[in-house]
Design a protein around this ligand. Structure first.
Ligand SMILES: C[S@@+](CC[C@H](N)C(=O)[O-])C[C@H]1O[C@@H](n2cnc3c(N)ncnc32)[C@H](O)[C@@H]1O
Ligand code: SF4
Ligand code: SF4
Length: 340
């Protein structure tokens, strides 16, 4: 690990994140943005609600993407810009143009992209190298073709392996450090036995191997995800015995923009039913302190979660760690910067 990576690791530690957020609330602008270039995908993972969406599928207009970036660049740097949400970002026909724009505007401390790797061609990888994107998460989740097919319902495993090996070789050949390539494995009851094999496969062939242990049910409203996940030990170990509920800090630092510009209060809004604004006709700043998002924060600190259809059945608050602080500093948590 080099010095920069060590610094980033410290910044991502729970304590550091908590302290930073506490010292900055009320935030002038979100610290993290998820921008969904598309909600289409090449795969059909058993844990992902994407294919049960009612919302239309499409691609974000480049002009809208640039508008979002232009606005974000007016505020203190985002801690993280995730150029994905639901769907596969590399499907976007102007993917590289969007990434290059965000990077040229130096809008975030880190630009991160999660991809399933199916479309990680040499052209895309060269573009990402040129742009010095910080991190590429590649969600592989299996160590064999058969298991991959069982989990994602396609035969893309070998293709993805080949793409990643090629991407790593290209970085070596060009002697570059970025993008940092993190291969990702979401642990479930159906693949936990392949974790060691996965680590072996990638230990020497990727910059980092990430075993994700937070298997979730999103907002709890996808029948498919509930049916596939809720009975799993990998889910129950995090969410099986939650104690009494406390406010969830996500709505104090994050916004998620759907491909069509509608803005959701949280990434758990996979079906986009809980938009709190529209970035086509409003600024994100207006939305960030608009009445709808203020209501979210108000109901959270008053434990009125049943007033919020998105949060009501969600249990991902259970992995957040600022509930006590938010309760103790209600006034601050509900305030607006400089009375604006
Ligand atoms: C929704 S995908 C979008 C980007 C891209 N298609 C991919 O798979 O990386 C982003 C991440 O969400 C993760 N994910 C999807 N469903 C999940 C669940 N039920 N629990 C935890 N993580 C999940 C995926 O493993 C992936 O790494
Ligand atoms: S997790 Fe990613 S690859 Fe899998 S279906 Fe969802 S969006 Fe597609
Ligand atoms: S409670 Fe769930 S849906 Fe609501 S903000 Fe937190 S993570 Fe998102």
């Amino acid at each position: 690990m080099n010095l920069n990576q060590i610094q980033e690791k410290i910044k991502d530690s729970r304590l550091f994140r908590k302290r930073r957020l506490q010292s900055r609330i009320p935030l002038e602008f979100p610290m993290v943005l998820n921008v969904e270039l598309t909600n289409r995908c090449t795969e059909n993972c058993i844990w992902c609600p994407r294919d049960s969406m009612d919302r239309t599928q499409g691609f974000m207009e480049v002009t809208l993407f640039k508008k979002i970036i232009d606005e974000a660049s007016l505020y203190p740097k985002l801690r993280k810009l995730f150029v994905h949400w639901m769907g596969e970002p590399l499907l976007h026909p102007d993917f590289l143009e969007c990434i290059k724009y965000a990077s040229s505007k130096k809008v975030a401390e880190m630009i991160l992209i999660a991809t399933n790797g199916v479309l990680l061609t040499e052209k895309i990888m060269k573009g990402l190298i040129e742009t010095k994107v910080d991190e590429l998460y590649i969600s592989i989740d299996a160590a064999s073709s058969g298991r991959y097919e069982q989990l994602k319902h396609t035969k893309h495993f070998e293709n993805i392996k080949h793409n990643i090996e090629h991407a790593v070789a290209l970085k070596k050949q060009l002697k570059v450090k970025l993008p940092f390539i993190r291969v990702k494995f979401l642990e479930t009851d159906l693949n936990a036995d392949q974790i060691e094999a996965f680590k072996q496969q990638w230990r020497k062939n990727a910059d980092s191997v990430f075993i994700e242990k937070d298997l979730s049910i999103w907002d709890g409203k996808s029948q498919k995800v509930n049916a596939n996940i809720k009975g799993m030990k990998s889910y129950l170990k995090n969410y099986g015995e939650l104690e009494s509920r406390y406010p969830c800090d996500r709505i104090w630092y994050l916004l998620a923009v759907q491909w069509n510009g509608k803005v959701s209060p949280c990434v758990c809004d996979w079906n986009g039913e809980n938009a709190v604004g529209d970035s086509n006709i409003q600024t994100l700043r207006e939305i960030w302190y608009g009445n709808e998002l203020k209501n979210y924060r108000y109901h959270h600190v008053n434990h009125a979660y049943d007033r919020l259809p998105l949060c009501d059945a969600c249990d991902r608050w259970g992995t957040r760690h600022m509930g006590d602080w938010l309760m103790k500093h209600k006034e601050k948590a509900l305030s607006v910067p400089d009375g604006r």
